[in-house]
Ligand binder design. Structure first.
Ligand code: BES
Ligand code: MN
Ligand code: ZN
Length: 501
């Protein structure tokens, strides 16, 4: 898919389709008014007949509109003008993209990107248009033996801005939007790829390929190297699988050598069967997505590759499988983490924290400005927040606020949960320094409490993406979240535009 930015009148666009917006109760947007005038009232005529009322997300395709240079005009409903905000803009853009890909238009010129959105600027509108359109057009069909026959699909989308003076800002939004969308696509591809393809070795190969292309530094540690580091907790999970583990260390150096890096840590369980504490069979296939944290770190690096912001970023990915096996962890086993702290494993299915804790200890050596880990960590997070917000827990409220604001900006939202000391009680073990589960209550919080014991030396936040990394049911598939949140957060760190929200 190709995008470009343009300014000019809608009736003068030579294109397979020109897209204009209609507000509820048949009120025309500015571009629709222009189209209407050029066509001597053709559009208001259609609306008067009642074929479309401007309800948010509704669409109507018109053929042969008089005095225009395009083949078709697509009307997109915008809802009430005074309600037109982030969500409405994104919904209308999504409806446009679906309608365009259903018509067989190979190219289109959209005037939705001109619409005023409350509190948002040109670059935001363009960025979001690109992200939403790429999201709506995404398909994962590389493992189908035949291609779908819909060959005539949207190839070029031109996004319009109001004035020539806005073109530069539009181009900037386009570059950021494309980088984020491409990052999300990588995250989605890796997530959707099943466990028999997407192994720890495969993830490491993909990271290495990207690093070579982009000029990132990379180190991939194998089992022996991981043993040498003393990552006893990580390795205890890995030893229950025939797939060898990997520990991936990626470094993007866009800042000064003296700039402390932001470290991203991604949970990379390429399949989570639960281990000896075996999961039930229903929907177990979805545990191929248990490397969503790792995939979002790689997707974020993919965006850094294009955007090259002025800061330093480290990506850490502990990756292995969690399977039942003669050599697997058993309930009651006690392991020693890289930090020296001992852990009693009461449930082998709480494996994410076991691999993350050692990566979090490893992060200390970078003297980080901040560490953010991203993990499909707890089913409890899905119960608490559903599928719209990622869980956020942090030992630094300023870091938490920056992450929340970045998520809000990108409609990739997170919601903070408390990390109070009182919850730590639930991790007390009679035999080791801690146990790996805290009982049924507050499962997302106690999981974060566990991680917090390994993050005492730096500013840290944890994103639980169990409810947001993928969708189940008829739209099953990886979402690419929280790449938008992470990239926006990093860009803000590189060039703080305004003080924390
Ligand atoms: N990967 C799962 C978390 C998960 C489960 C994410 C379902 C999305 C949907 C994680 O490793 C896990 O199994 N967690 C356990 C922890 C429990 C044993 C304390 C869970 O949530 O049940
Ligand atoms: Mn598990
Ligand atoms: Zn897991």
């Amino acid at each position: 898919m190709e995008f470009s930015i343009k300014s000019g009148s809608p009736e003068k666009q030579r294109s397979a389709c020109v897209v204009v917006g209609i507000y509820e109760s048949r009120k025309l947007s500015i571009a629709a008014v222009q189209m209407d005038r050029a066509s001597e009232g053709y559009i208001s005529e259609v609306l008067k007949r009642g074929d479309m009322d401007g309800r948010l997300g509704s669409t109507l395709l018109l053929q042969r509109v008089p005095n225009t240079l395009c083949d078709r005009v697509l009307l997109v409903g915008l809802g009430k003008e005074r309600d037109f905000g982030d969500k409405q803009y994104r919904d209308a853009t999504r409806a446009m993209t679906s309608a365009l890909s259903a018509t067989g238009s190979i190219d289109a010129v959209s005037y939705l990107s001109e619409l005023p959105v409350k509190k948002r600027e040109v670059s935001w509108r363009i960025e979001q248009a690109v992200i939403v359109a790429m999201d709506a057009l995404y398909k994962f069909d590389r493992l189908k033996s035949k291609e779908d026959d819909n060959k005539r699909s949207l190839k070029r989308l031109t996004l319009c801005v109001n004035r020539r003076g806005e073109l530069a800002e539009g181009e900037e939004g386009l570059a950021t939007g494309l980088a984020i969308a491409e990052g999300m696509n990588l995250t989605r591809d890796l997530g959707n790829l099943p466990g028999n393809y997407c192994t720890p070795t495969y993830l490491a190969e993909q990271a290495t390929e990207m690093a070579k292309r982009a000029g990132f530094e990379i180190e991939v540690m194998d089992q022996a190297a991981i043993e040498k580091l003393g990552m006893g907790s990580f390795l205890s999970v890995a030893k229950g699988s025939r797939q060898p583990p990997r520990f991936i260390v990626l470094q993007y150096k866009g800042g000064k050598a003296s700039d402390k890096p932001i470290v991203l840590v991604g949970k990379g369980i390429t399949f989570d069967a639960g281990g000896i504490s075996l999961k039930p069979a229903a929907e177990m296939d979805e545990m191929k997505y248990d490397m969503g944290g790792a995939a979002s770190v790689l997707g974020t690096f993919r965006a850094l590759e294009s955007l090259r912001p002025k800061l330093n970023v480290v990506g850490l990915i502990p990756t292995c499988e969690n399977l039942p096996d003669g050599n697997a962890n058993k309930p009651g086993d006690i392991v020693t983490s890289m930090s020296g702290q001992t852990i009693e494993i009461l449930n082998t299915d709480a494996e994410g924290r076991l691999i993350l804790c050692d990566a979090l200890t490893y992060a200390e050596r970078f003297e980080p400005k901040a560490v953010v880990d991203i993990a499909t960590l707890t089913g409890a997070c899905v119960i608490a927040l559903g599928h719209h917000a990622s869980g956020l827990l942090a030992n630094d409220d300023s870091l938490a606020r920056h992450l929340l604001a970045a998520g809000e900006d990108m409609h990739d939202r997170a919601w903070q949960l408390p990390l109070w000391d009182e919850y730590q009680e639930q991790l007390k073990s009679p035999f080791a320094d801690m146990q790996n589960i805290g009982g049924r209550s507050g499962g997302t919080i106690t999981a974060a409490c566990f991680l917090s014991r390994f993050t005492k030396k730096y500013s840290w936040a944890h994103l639980d993406i169990a409810g947001t990394a993928w969708k189940s049911g008829k739209d099953k598939g990886a979402t690419g979240r929280p790449v938008p949140l992470l990239v926006r957060f990093l860009l803000n760190q590189a060039a703080p535009k305004h003080k924390a929200a």
